[in-house]
Design a protein around this ligand. Structure first.
Ligand code: CUA
Length: 334
């Protein structure tokens, strides 16, 4: 009898180990990982998932076995055997989980320190959250963008803050997230490991436009990054090209549809043919005045069915007058 129980327990334990291994090696609950810290965390996460599977299958297996093995048989009307205390068993089932927790704590701590380790000279990107957009400033390059461009394999340090309420800067593919708190700068370092375009999200409910507070991170080769910096540093002489560029730079592409600028955002009204409509929308305002006011004071002439206070209302402080002129001229020509 005892030998059979031992055999069954061994089988359950073996099955649990196999399940744990299979889950750790094959189940992937995380998005495609695109940073070196993400790779460390993915390994940690998969190990935890595997360990949890072993414990789950073992405990459930023993439970199911006991339910079947010690069930009441037909014709058995007696009391169960009163069992009390088993010191060896209690030491065993206290020591094993305690050991597991210690191993997990040490492993997690090592992953945490490795991913927070400061590299020699990371590039600094200031991340500013506001209702409802992200802005990325590159102090070393002297430029500002609504998309986050990063060179692959080069360490970056984000300095994150907010201009209004608490937001949370989240790049799911980097496995990295940090609160953007007004009046305070929080930091973290990342080394992008994969070339590609990945989403940037806000992970803190920050108002009616929270879901619209999206951007993207473009991880590219160092050459492509330098070319982008050069493109951003100067405006093309051609006013249409300059307007198109500004339309992207100030994040308009994220929320509006405008084929000419490659924009297909659905948060705000489509700007296709806006040049023809702009002059007829509000009595007494010509196209130029309507477009200008709609950029600077977006809540004044709301397009029906679109929500108030979604579009950033601080372009007056962010767009220099010459650039605003170029943007208005560009839109008036669409
Ligand atoms: Cu910002 Cu949610």
């Amino acid at each position: 009898m005892k030998g059979r129980t031992l055999l069954v327990v061994s089988i359950i334990f073996g099955v649990a180990l196999v399940c744990g291994y299979l889950v750790a090696a094959n189940v992937n609950l995380l998005p495609e990982v695109a940073s070196t810290r993400g790779e460390l965390m993915q390994r940690l996460f998969n190990s935890l998932l595997g360990a949890a599977t072993v414990v789950f299958v073992l405990v459930e297996g023993l439970l199911v076995y006991s339910v079947i093995r010690f069930r009441r048989r037909a014709g058995d009307g007696g009391e169960g055997v009163a069992v009390h205390g088993n010191t060896a068993l209690e030491v065993f089932w206290t020591a094993i989980p305690a050991l597991l927790v210690v191993v997990i704590a040490v492993y997690s701590f090592r992953v945490l320190s490795a991913s927070e380790a400061e590299t020699e000279k990371p590039m600094v990107v200031e991340v500013i959250g506001r209702q409802f957009s992200w802005e990325f400033r590159y102090p070393e390059q002297g430029l500002t963008s609504s998309d986050l461009h990063l060179p692959v394999s080069e360490p970056v340090r984000f300095e994150i803050t907010s201009e209004d309420v608490i937001h949370s800067f989240w790049v799911p593919n980097f496995l990295a997230k940090r609160d953007a708190t007004p009046g305070q700068v929080s930091e973290f370092a990342v080394t992008p490991s994969e070339i590609g375009v990945f989403p940037v999200r806000c992970a803190e409910l920050c108002g009616p436009g929270h879901a619209a507070m999206v951007s993207q991170v473009i991880v590219e080769t160092p050459e492509e990054f330098d070319a982008w910096v050069e493109r951003m540093a100067s405006l093309p002489g051609n006013s249409t090209e300059a307007g198109r560029l500004l339309f992207g730079r100030y994040g308009c592409t994220g929320c509006h549809v405008l084929a000419d600028a490659g924009a297909n955002g659905l948060i705000g009204p489509s700007l296709e043919g806006i040049g023809t409509r702009a002059g007829e929308t509000v009595a007494g305002l010509d196209a130029d005045a309507y477009l200008r006011q709609s950029i600077l004071e977006p809540n004044v002439h709301l397009v029906p069915t679109y929500l108030e206070k979604i579009m950033p209302a601080d372009f007056a402080t962010r767009i220099p007058p010459q650039e605003l002129d170029l943007l208005v001229t560009y839109l008036a020509g669409r």
